[in-house]
Write a protein that binds this ligand. Structure first.
Ligand SMILES: Cc1cc2nc3c(=O)[nH]c(=O)nc-3n(C[C@H](O)[C@H](O)[C@H](O)COP(=O)(O)OP(=O)(O)OC[C@H]3O[C@@H](n4cnc5c(N)ncnc54)[C@H](O)[C@@H]3O)c2cc1C
Length: 462
């Protein structure tokens, strides 16, 4: 295979394959990567600027991904997909974003998060298998509608939701604050508290919902970056057939750990490594061309540029190595990304064991994207403000990774608590009282304050 990276038939203007960890990829995956770069050149990249400008949803780009059979890339072959492993998925996500369009990358990411929830419980569920079989042929773009308006980036904690068993299925109620592909997605997975909810927010259930069964509000997406993702609010108030519950009642936490988080964190890593690499690529093109007549030097000749470019490349590469190494380990523990393994063993949890690593992948990649893009922006000088040079769009897009759930602050908090006090201390659903803090606060009360507190507590027991 020729080792020159091509862009529209010409040598690529950015960093060549010698700066990509190609050794993680099989020959098949390298071939797919080249095809996808071509599609990015022809379709996704021209669309990125247009859709950023207008806020229009990039349907042409989504269709181009379906033509390459990428909407179902991780669907096992026996259910009609390409059967890609985690490493392949990361390569695809990164390629879409780096050479094509970050908004399309987010659309692809949230589609994959929803798809993972379906794949986890596709065995024996014909309603799910029917969707999987036509995901590319019918361009069935989907999404994962989880974030609740009251709990924000703690997307695994749905407050404004509920479900009851009714004649013929489930009455599902749910409000989501943000959902990518809002008003465009043909299906979504969503998560509610379980039937018979008794106050335990870790008891969650998952549903597959089609476009005519939801109430999207895409008009509320008028934003600074990731403008083409249509990530608006969605309401659900619908009776769904029995088989649209994905897995059994109460399966939500397992679905998150094993499927949505695992794939979601890979996609975060891929997407934001792609943003960082994309910024480095266009900065290489610009700084090697922009000359200052007084010194007879271009911006790329200044030692300060070498320093900032080198630092940024190392940061982006470190995030990529983390991502691909994580994927490689998931491939090892899942028989190379086999989603059919739950058919024989519904209790298998090979991915869940690595959730902590997934969180770290997300944090590192989102941070690299934000910081690298900002540094590259400065190398453009005032010209960086020009829309034509694309760096200002990447700068705006790069900011989404940090705040998307779990935000980098929340992620670091969880990793730190886990490291210092053990996994239980992460307390995903805020169920463990902080007894030391409670006693310290009670100690501040005078006798009258204590009596008042006792009365208030007793009234809650009545
Ligand atoms: C482009 C885009 C696409 C999205 N697509 C989807 C989608 O398809 N599906 C979906 O379900 N969601 C989606 N989201 C939502 C996203 O995942 C987050 O849930 C959302 O961005 C959180 O925003 P918020 O305003 O509720 O922030 P909040 O969660 O209210 O956070 C506000 C601030 O508080 C901080 N904070 C919160 N808790 C803590 C804590 N315990 N300790 C310290 N700091 C804390 C945060 O770090 C942040 O700085 C999308 C968001 C964006 C921007």
């Amino acid at each position: 295979m020729d080792n020159t990276k091509l862009w529209g038939g010409e040598p690529y203007y950015g960093l060549d394959y010698e700066f990509d960890p190609q050794w993680f990829l099989t020959d098949e995956q390298k071939k797919l990567q080249r095809q996808l770069i071509e599609v990015c050149h022809d379709v996704l990249r021209p669309n990125a600027a247009k859709c950023d400008e207008s806020g229009a949803y990039p349907w042409e780009s989504v269709k181009a991904l379906a033509e390459l059979r990428l909407l179902g890339c991780i669907v096992p072959e026996k259910w009609g997909g390409r059967g890609e492993n985690h490493t392949g998925l990361a390569m695809i996500g990164e390629t879409i974003t780096r050479y094509g369009c970050p908004s399309t990358g987010v659309i692809f990411m949230m589609h994959m998060a929803g798809l993972a929830a379906l794949l986890f419980r596709a065995g024996g569920n014909l309603a799910i298998q029917e969707l999987l079989a036509r995901i590319d042929t019918d361009v069935m773009i989907g999404s994962a509608s989880y974030t609740d308006p009251e709990t924000g980036g703690h997307f695994w904690y749905p407050k404004v939701s509920g479900v009851e068993r009714v004649d013929g299925g489930w009455h599902v109620r749910k409000r989501s604050a943000f959902t990518t592909s809002c008003g465009e997605a043909r299906w979504m997975t969503t998560q509610t508290t379980s039937p018979g909810f008794d106050g335990d927010y870790s008891d969650l259930s998952v549903f597959l919902v089609y476009e005519d069964e939801m109430k999207p509000n895409p008009g509320l997406w008028d934003v600074m970056g990731m403008r083409a993702t249509s990530s608006g609010p969605v309401d659900f108030d619908v009776v769904l057939p029995e088989d649209r519950m994905v897995g059994p009642p109460g399966d939500g936490a397992a679905s998150n750990d094993e499927a949505v988080n695992a794939v979601g964190m890979i996609m975060y890593g891929a997407l934001y490594c792609g943003v960082a690499m994309g910024a480095l690529d266009i900065a290489k093109r610009y700084t090697t061309q922009r000359r200052h007549a007084n010194f007879g030097q271009c911006v790329a000749d200044y030692p300060t540029t070498h320093d900032v470019y080198g630092t940024s490349l190392v940061d982006a590469q470190a995030a990529r190595m983390f991502l691909f190494s994580f994927c490689q380990q998931l491939d090892r523990t899942t028989n190379n990304g086999d989603w059919t393994l739950y058919e024989d063993d519904p209790d298998a949890r090979p991915r869940s064991a690595y959730i902590l690593w997934g969180l770290k992948v997300k944090e590192v990649a989102a941070r690299a994207a934000s910081e690298v893009t900002e540094r590259m922006f400065r190398l453009f000088g005032g010209s960086g403000f020009s829309r034509n040079l694309e760096i200002e769009r990447l700068l705006r897009d790069s900011k989404a990774g940090w705040v998307m759930g779990p935000s980098n602050e929340v992620t670091r908090g969880m990793v730190g608590r886990w490291a210092l006090h053990g996994g239980e201390a992460v307390d995903w659903w805020n169920q463990r009282p902080n007894v030391g803090l409670l006693n310290a606060e009670i100690g501040k009360l005078d006798p009258e304050g204590k009596r008042k507190l006792i009365a208030e507590l007793e009234s809650t027991l009545a």
